[in-house]
Write a protein that binds this ligand. Structure first.
Ligand code: GLC
Length: 502
């Protein structure tokens, strides 16, 4: 099995690296340089925009990480399932769902899971919320069934967010859902069992650096606001963060140890030495995938642009755009600004065409219910993926690149960089000897395939079970015109399959 995985990984990764680097560089020329310089992803940490923690070379790491020691083939095998997955579901669920964006009768601006910081709620007052948290409607099997029907291949759930409240049984700290609430159940264990049963990979988000109820931990946006937060950062790491990460990595072995650890908001407090102690723990789980937000100079496995899609992705790197469906990660009762299914689906296709993954967030409320508008959109995406998933899962990036748009020669963005002007007519993804063209704007009688190194030998609509061949007419410049059916099979994105030969 492992060798099959490896073979598959090699193919996908070779296609990804070859296609994206060569074609994009060729098609966009110096544009790629401009895009890397201007790439919004370089300030990817949402609230941390502009304060990205620099990473350092392997030689500078006090503890060598798996990324420092493994071969390319070993990394390809370890990342194989993740690269093929393309679509994950983020779940931000915690004590912040109780106030749900309102404190002392006032609506608190900002994302829901930051309410303690944004409203500068004293630690003792925030901790009292635990007595009200009893999400009896939570049903792990239903959540995982919904995720599967949505076409999601992995779930990442907040185990402990910046407020310091653990959504799992923790002996390291009693401020957790089992010991401090009337609920008394461990939702992460129930979710791990359900994911294992239904074949969905599971990741835990853990805020390793910020913790607004633990003495000594970091607090962004102005630092501590309550004396109860003062203390030693190293003590916090040694008495809470590392013991809890150990619990998360080992307590669910029976059901399903996590496949991903998703760190967040590294600060300058996370020294290479302290980060190295966490890496030593991660190294005990050599199949684990972890992101670029640990801090201490460690790059991790994945780039994590947030709430936006980098114009050219990260050529040759693993990357994942995480995004909310409305405007908040954690539940807010009055945030009803839900993106359309069209926007969400085209984002997924756009990201896949650039070789990335889409980690799309839902924010369950204090009863344990995922808001219906979020479920509806996820399930609608699943309907499309049921017919067209072949164009997303296990694919590599486009052989072209220019179809995604271009940087304006005249307009500038807020940072004075050339403004990216995206085009949304179509996107392409690839598999060996096949190109999948997801057409957003139906062009009428024919679709003009730009020139590629490969020769198009057959074309058909993916939604057409009979794969009726479409007429091909060589076009000037080495492309080919494909005669299309009269109407688009899908109102959001219709997939044209091009079978190719070298
Ligand atoms: C930002 C926010 C955090 C959220 C994360 C998701 O870092 O601070 O609340 O969990 O984005 O990527």
């Amino acid at each position: 099995m492992a060798s099959d995985n490896k073979a598959a990984a090699d193919v996908v990764w070779r296609v990804m690296k070859y296609n994206f680097r060569n074609s994009t560089l060729k098609m966009c020329g110096g544009l790629v340089l401009a895009s890397i310089v201007a790439l919004p992803g370089s300030v990817a940490f949402g609230q941390l925009a502009g304060s990205r923690i620099p990473t350092t070379k392997a030689a500078d790491h006090p503890v060598k990480s798996i990324q420092d020691t493994e071969t390319v083939a070993q990394r390809d095998e370890r990342m194989a399932w993740w690269r093929a997955a393309r679509f994950g579901m983020f779940i931000h669920w915690g004590l912040y769902a109780v106030p749900a964006g309102t404190w002392n009768g006032k609506q608190i601006p900002g994302i829901g899971e930051w309410i303690m910081n944004n409203a500068k709620i004293p630690v003792a007052d925030y901790e009292k919320l635990a007595a009200q948290f009893d999400p009896t409607k939570f049903n792990a099997d239903e959540w995982v069934e919904m995720a599967k029907s949505a076409g999601v291949k992995y779930i990442v759930i907040t185990a402990k967010h910046h407020d310091g409240f653990a959504m799992f049984k923790s002996d390291a700290n009693k401020f957790n859902i089992v010991d401090a609430t009337p609920f008394k159940r461990d939702p992460l264990r129930e979710l791990a069992i359900a994911c294992h049963k239904q074949g969905i990979k599971l990741g835990f988000y853990y805020s390793q650096d910020q913790d607004w109820t633990a003495p000594g931990a970091a607090a962004l946006h102005g630092g501590h606001w309550d004396k109860a937060q003062d203390g030693s950062f190293a003590d916090y790491i040694h008495t809470k963060a590392i013991p809890q990460l150990k619990e998360l990595l080992t307590n669910y072995q029976g059901e399903a140890a996590p496949d991903v650890i998703w760190f967040d908001t590294p600060t300058k407090d996370m020294t290479p030495q302290l980060a190295g102690e966490i890496v030593a723990l991660l190294n005990q789980h050599p199949q684990l995938i972890w992101n670029n937000r640990l801090g201490g100079g460690y790059q991790g496995d994945t780039e994590t642009p947030e709430q936006h899609i980098p114009p050219q992705g990260y050529p040759g790197k693993d990357w994942e755009t995480c995004m909310t469906i409305n405007d908040t990660w954690g539940y807010k009762s009055y945030d009803t600004n839900f993106k359309s299914t069209e926007t969400l689906l085209r984002n997924l296709i756009d990201i896949a065409s650039k070789g990335g993954n889409y980690l799309l967030n839902v924010g369950p409320d204090a009863t344990g219910t995922i808001p219906q508008p979020e479920q509806d959109r996820m399930l609608a995406m699943g309907q499309w993926l049921k017919v067209n998933g072949e164009a997303i899962y296990g694919t590599g990036p486009t052989p072209w690149g220019a179809e995604a748009g271009a940087f304006s020669p005249t307009e500038k963005d807020k940072k004075g960089q050339p403004l990216w002007v995206a085009k949304w007519d179509w996107r392409a993804t690839t598999k060996p000897n096949r190109i999948f063209v997801s057409i957003f704007k139906w062009p009428g009688a024919s679709f003009d395939v730009p020139a590629t190194k490969a020769h198009v030998v057959k074309a058909y609509m993916l939604a057409d079970a009979k794969q009726t061949p479409l007429k091909l007419t060589p076009a000037a410049g080495g492309g080919v015109a494909v005669a299309l059916p009269v109407s688009a099979p899908d109102p959001i994105a219709s997939v044209l399959v091009l079978e190719t030969r070298p």
